[in-house]
Design a protein around this ligand. Structure first.
Ligand code: 5GP
Length: 183
């Protein structure tokens, strides 16, 4: 069995960018595609960025036990990790990455305590706020909600096995990759 690495951290900290760069550079890790009830944003592709489903389909997947974990994120939409693709990759020896929220990370910790839990932290709270307000994909209300989730998430860093500060992107990519492949 290879390693399952759970990557969490506050919104806009750059988890997605680190993981994307890591996959482009190394290609030896598999990143789980989450299922979500959130509407697709411009540029996002179904089945690649997320599998976009209806509320009904999401509820059916919960009932059928198809999720390794799932959570309501930012108090609005539901997101979940399909169990089967992860188990198949791990059994085949491929290191797997989950980019999920704090709730989800805690569920995986309970279900698979052997996984590695990595927290991506911003260089400072001020920098996080700057990054968060620099994104124009969200409304003001959505931004405020994400900021309040981020505060709670920052307080949870101590629960994780490793903390990677996303100060220098290239260094963060190297660090997360080395952890994911067992370093
Ligand atoms: P976004 O809507 O910006 O793509 O993602 C919002 C948040 O949802 C991110 O912080 C991300 O970590 C979280 N998220 C994405 N997929 C999953 C998932 O499968 N499970 C859980 N618990 N959280 C997820």
């Amino acid at each position: 069995m290879s390693r399952l690495t759970v990557v969490a951290g506050p919104t806009a900290v750059g988890k997605g960018t680190i993981i994307r760069r890591m996959v482009e550079k190394y290609g030896d890790v598999w990143v789980s595609v989450s299922v979500t009830t959130r509407p697709r944003r411009p540029g996002e592709k179904d089945g690649i960025d997320y599998s976009f489903v209806t509320e009904e389909e999401f509820s059916r997947m919960i009932e059928d036990g198809e999720f390794l974990e799932w959570a309501t994120v930012h108090g609005t939409h539901r997101y979940g990790t399909p169990r089967q693709p992860v188990e198949e990759r791990l059994a085949a020896g491929v290191p797997c990455i989950l980019e999920i929220d704090l709730d989800g990370a805690r569920q995986v910790r309970a279900a698979m305590p052997e996984a590695l839990f990595v927290f991506v932290a911003p260089p400072s709270w001020e920098e996080l706020v700057r990054r968060l307000t620099g994104r124009d994909t969200e409304s003001e209300e959505e931004r405020a909600r994400r900021l309040s989730t981020a505060r709670v998430e920052m307080d949870a860093a101590g629960e994780f096995d490793e903390v990677v500060v996303n100060d220098d992107l290239d260094e963060a990519v190297e660090r997360v990759h080395s952890l994911a492949v067992g370093g």
